[in-house]
Design a protein around this ligand. Structure first.
Ligand SMILES: C[S@@+](CC[C@H](N)C(=O)[O-])C[C@H]1O[C@@H](n2cnc3c(N)ncnc32)[C@H](O)[C@@H]1O
Length: 283
């Protein structure tokens, strides 16, 4: 199905409203390659018709299909390496030390926001298991959320094809935390027990999420406009406990968002502590 300038504008407006992703005029090929099957399946003569149909009352399932088709789920285990090194050698040790003096010394809450098919959340879980020998006696939850239904379903299943498991996972960690399953691999129950997944749209209020010690929100805001990105990172920072750490994608510096987002460095990793604990007043 041929895509016109008007089609792109209709699709871009709808997609931006639904999930914050910005499409410009150069994205005609994307609209065509990702939405043509859906438009045919929905009996629409054009992409503009598809948008009208999706906006009709009661058509949330079609909206979800459009979101699933247009968003990019590219991910891999231990993506970019250095954030996971900073997590293991800097953020987690600092967090565990700080928590030792509190009533919840063995409770850790992590959020992988825009978790795609779950590799990021499971990489965080493996990092925790490698760092904490008696991890089973700790109260740990890593929440993975994503807007894409299919991605959340695969993450919940914890099953990966051979080519997915090869991306970023060492043979040592693969045999320690995964079991062969048909022609793929499945997350072992012990690791799966640390992680939960749910569908969430980052544009919507974070109702009922509680607060987190660590948040990963990587490689999603690059698809958003400036105002949506700024609002998102401030709302995400509000969900971090005092002293909690925020990790973003390797190309996503937050230094333009003001002093709250002063960068911290560990080797090649850049991360943030937007709600730093106040130093005790000198008397
Ligand atoms: C490129 S993947 C990044 C996955 C992972 N964080 C990583 O860095 O490897 C981007 C993810 O953001 C999700 N996404 C896009 N818009 C979203 C929104 N408004 N709310 C929640 N997730 C969204 C997509 O479905 C996709 O899975």
């Amino acid at each position: 199905m041929q895509v016109t300038h008007d089609d792109i504008m209709f699709v871009a407006t709808l997609v931006n409203e639904l999930c914050g992703v910005m499409l410009d005029e150069s994205k005609g090929y994307l609209v065509e390659s990702r939405l043509s099957g859906l438009a045919r399946e929905a009996g629409c003569a054009s992409y503009r018709d598809l948008c009208h149909k999706a906006r009709a009352p009661g058509n949330a399932p079609l909206q979800h299909k459009i979101i699933d088709a247009i968003t990019t789920q590219e991910t891999l285990f231990f993506r970019d390496d250095s954030p996971f090194e900073a997590l293991q050698h800097k953020a987690l040790p600092e967090l565990i030390d700080a928590k030792a003096k509190t009533a919840f010394s063995r409770r850790i809450r992590v959020w992988s926001a825009a978790a795609s098919t779950g590799q990021e959340a499971y990489s965080i879980a493996m990092t925790l298991c490698e760092l904490i020998p008696d991890v089973r006696t700790w109260d740990i939850n890593i929440l993975g959320t994503d807007i894409c239904n299919a991605a959340v379903a695969q993450a919940s299943l914890g099953r990966y094809a051979g080519h997915e498991i090869q991306r970023g996972l060492s043979p040592h960690l693969r045999s320690k935390y995964f079991v062969p399953d048909g022609n793929g691999w499945r997350v072992r129950d012990e690791l799966r027990a640390l992680v939960s997944f749910q569908r969430r749209n980052l544009l919507e209020p974070f109702t009922g999420l509680g607060s987190f010690d660590i948040i990963f929100c990587r490689n999603v805001a690059i698809y958003f406009g400036a105002a949506t990105r700024r609002d998102l990172f401030h709302r995400i920072a509000d969900r971090l406990a005092p002293g909690g750490f925020l990790f973003v994608g390797s190309s996503e510096s937050l230094s333009d968002l003001g002093p709250r987002f002063a960068p911290l460095h560990h080797c090649r990793a850049v991360y943030y502590q937007p709600n730093k604990r106040q130093a005790p007043a000198l008397v």
